[in-house]
Design a protein around this ligand. Structure first.
Ligand code: UDP
Ligand code: MG
Length: 316
């Protein structure tokens, strides 16, 4: 047992699934050649999650619990876990058993083969309805079209990487608006993929509602592509061309028929132009909002306490 795995688990109101997740994880790790540390990040849960996590750390000295001062979101929680990880291989996974702990053994094999980045591809999502499946696949298609980086379709928040990649993430990728799995796939190094089937959520409900998903999608598109920004230029050019043809037509019509240009044409042209202009301003607004968040440079997360062996080892 010379090498160590760091398993990073983000937890937000998961009191119902934590115990079975932990039991399953222990079972798998018992059969693993590598040593391990478990880093649970409590992302401002308002249920009993923290007490349960403290219980784990009390019983097992390899468990570390990072308690946030409030809810900062799933990605921030994963980043905090990565910042604290000390193992040679790091795995990020969810606490709701949708990411099967058995896959850890396959991941370790890939690490031993010398891979640095292992993306877990979801082949099935037992929890997703038709709408979620369609929107999720459309999201990946659009993202691939817009961004120069070839992201894996249906990649998930279940991924693993080596300590070299972790040090890149810790030092170089400190953006406030971020897409962690995008970073992991774009840093280079030796990459591979493994497949898994997302099981049904063990208990409780998905913490991602439509609004969170929409914000997440817009942020991802904006931080990995500047195509929407250029959209203004492209549509502006095409609209200018149409406008020019319309102008020529109106002038010729005036000369030949002496007729004034139609009222409808004006209304249609105004509506069309205004909607294009407003859309473009909106898109620019999204980018400015991101710039604003980056310039403010506020912390990605705030740690309140860190627990080890059931008691606080670091306090704010
Ligand atoms: N999560 C978190 N902070 C949040 C929302 C979610 O740490 O603000 C955790 C949650 O506890 C779970 C994982 O992130 O371990 C994935 O969340 P969820 O299962 O709700 O998302 P879904 O699987 O439905 O996409
Ligand atoms: Mg889930």
């Amino acid at each position: 047992m010379d090498k160590k795995l760091s398993i990073v688990v983000s937890v937000y109101n998961e009191e119902l699934s934590l115990k079975s997740f932990y039991a399953k994880l222990m079972e798998v790790l018992g059969g693993c050649r590598w040593d391990y540390e478990l880093i649970f990040v409590n992302d401002g849960s308002v249920d009993n999650s923290l007490e349960i996590l403290k219980g784990f750390s009390n019983a097992n000295s390899k468990v570390c619990v990072i308690d946030f001062s409030r809810n900062f979101g799933h990605e921030a929680a994963m980043i905090a876990g990565i910042d604290h990880a000390t193992g040679e291989g790091i795995i990020c996974m969810d606490a709701d058993l949708q990411h099967p702990p058995e896959s850890i053994l396959d991941i370790v094999l890939k690490f031993e083969e010398g891979y640095d980045v292992i993306s877990m591809i979801r082949t099935k999502n037992a929890d997703a309805g038709l709408v979620k499946r369609i929107t999720s696949s459309a999201f990946y298609k659009v993202l691939r079209l817009m961004s120069p980086i070839k992201f894996e379709n249906n990649s998930s928040d279940f991924f693993a990487f080596s300590d070299s990649v972790a040090s890149v993430l810790r030092e170089e990728y400190r953006e406030k608006i971020r897409y962690l799995r995008g970073y992991v796939q774009s840093v280079g190094f030796r990459k591979t993929t493994l497949e898994f089937q997302a099981a049904k959520r063990e208990a409780g409900e998905s913490k991602y509602d439509i609004r969170k998903l929409l914000t997440f999608s817009i942020h991802t598109m904006c931080s990995f592509s500047d195509f929407p920004l250029k959209l203004g230029l492209y549509t502006g050019l095409s609209v200018a061309l149409i406008g020019f043809i319309l102008m020529a037509y109106t002038i010729i019509n005036k000369i030949v028929n002496g007729a004034p240009a139609g009222y409808s044409t004006i209304i249609v042209a105004i509506c069309f132009m205004f909607s294009i202009v407003l859309i473009v301003i909106g898109i620019i607004g999204e980018y400015i909002a991101i710039l604003f968040a980056e310039i403010k440079d506020r912390p990605i997360y705030i740690v309140k306490d860190v627990y080890q062996n059931g008691s606080i080892v670091r306090k704010r």
